[in-house]
Design a binder for this molecule. Structure first.
Ligand SMILES: [Zn+2]
Length: 392
């Protein structure tokens, strides 16, 4: 009897161990490939004129969450949306990599409790990130930043991390002779990544972060989220955090922030700010998008509004709907304030990946948007913003 019991126990142990090993080996890829899909589609029709113009554009994207996933970005994958080979095919020059550190279970665009269980904790454990990332949000974003530093070391022919004005100059110079070179920048998504400590702003700056967003899906120590409970503005801590970010020359991103936080940031400083991934409410009424009047205030102060590629931002996910949202933005705030903010690899389902951006150029041309405006929106605005606002 005892022998059967021991045999049974051994069997259960082996089965359990196999499941755990299997989950650790294949789970991360499975989760990534399920969460970061692209809608199936046949190749987009693109005019010769669009192909020619697209090749001549400087293209930049303000928001991709690619570092959250266990991928070697030097390789091309058949899932997810961004890697170096696909950025090169899309003729992308500048890519902001944004680090996500916490996302509430049951995440939605209306109301999320700050205390809700965090999905990212299980993801980092499943992906076998270092143990210190299990409990510290700052460590999670630092770990993601270091992946980008490693990418630069291991793939310097194709990738360069831009940390300063001189890096930016260097990059633009090098790109003249190497049009495959991608310039990457680092941003955070939600300043809960500070783990509640102001001194972590400088620590993250030292790790390479040059853009910080204030909130993500829930209210945090800095203030209310657009999808939180309170709808409140900046807290005292939030005001101090903004001052510290400005002192260091960190660009401030108000995507996902409550409208009251956006207003408070605008009244606190004249520094231009970003909405790194969004849509326009007048084009796509959605609880993901802040009001058009606030977008105008952001533009008035020299800010940039970067249009996303997924349904909650532009009410569809096709190149045509992205192009329409861009046209709406151009009319509302002027072409010099509109940019691209894909949200690629951010658990959204766009209709195309980074290798297919020519489809947007095509749709903009088809809609009769001026070539000079297309150049601005597709990336020159991003370059100019960096020239004016990236730290020295
Ligand atoms: Zn986001």
């Amino acid at each position: 009897m005892k022998r059967f019991f021991l045999l049974g126990l051994t069997f259960i142990f082996i089965a359990f161990t196999s499941i755990v090993i299997g989950a650790l080996l294949f789970g991360p890829k499975y989760v990534d490939s399920k969460i970061n899909q692209t809608s199936p589609h046949s190749p987009f029709e693109v005019s010769d004129k669009a192909k020619k113009l697209h090749k001549d554009l400087l293209i930049g994207d303000w928001h991709a969450d690619s570092t959250l996933w266990n991928r070697d970005l030097s390789n091309q994958y058949d899932y997810g949306h961004v890697d170096i080979p696909r950025l090169q095919k899309g003729n992308v020059a500048l890519q902001m990599f944004t680090s996500v550190s916490k996302s509430p279970r049951g995440q939605n665009y209306n109301k999320n409790e700050t205390s809700a269980n965090d999905n990212i904790t299980s993801l980092v454990i499943l992906q076998r990130w270092p143990i210190k990332t299990w409990s510290s949000l700052a460590e999670r974003v630092i770990y993601q930043a270091r992946k980008i530093r490693t990418l630069e070391q291991e793939d310097s022919q194709n990738f360069m991390l831009i940390l300063s004005q001189s890096d930016l100059n260097d990059f633009m110079q090098k790109r003249k002779s190497n049009s495959d070179l991608i310039g990457g920048l680092l941003g955070t998504e939600g300043s809960h990544a500070l783990d509640g400590e102001l001194q972590n702003i400088e620590r993250l700056f030292d790790e390479g972060f040059r853009m910080m967003s204030l909130q993500h899906f829930f209210d945090n120590k800095l203030g209310g989220s657009l999808h939180g409970i309170s709808g409140s503005g900046l807290t005292k801590f939030g005001q101090e955090a903004i001052k510290e970010m400005l002192r260091l020359g960190i660009m401030i991103d108000v995507s996902h922030s409550s409208e009251n936080v956006v207003k408070d940031v605008l009244s606190l400083s004249d520094q231009p700010i970003l909405v790194s991934h969004t849509g326009f409410n007048g084009y796509c009424p959605s609880s993901r998008n802040i009001s058009d009047s606030l977008m105008k205030e952001i533009a008035k102060k020299g800010g940039l509004v970067a249009v996303g590629f997924w349904d909650a931002a532009v009410c569809n996910n096709t190149p045509k709907s992205v192009a329409e949202a861009i046209q709406y933005g151009i009319k509302l705030i002027g072409a010099e304030h509109v940019a691209l903010g894909s949200d690629f690899d951010g658990a959204v389902r766009p209709g195309f990946d980074s290798s297919e951006l020519v489809a947007i150029t095509h749709e903009l041309l088809e809609a009769g948007v001026e070539e000079s405006d297309i150049r601005l929106v597709m990336g020159e605005n991003m370059l100019n913003f960096l020239k004016n606002n990236l730290a020295n």
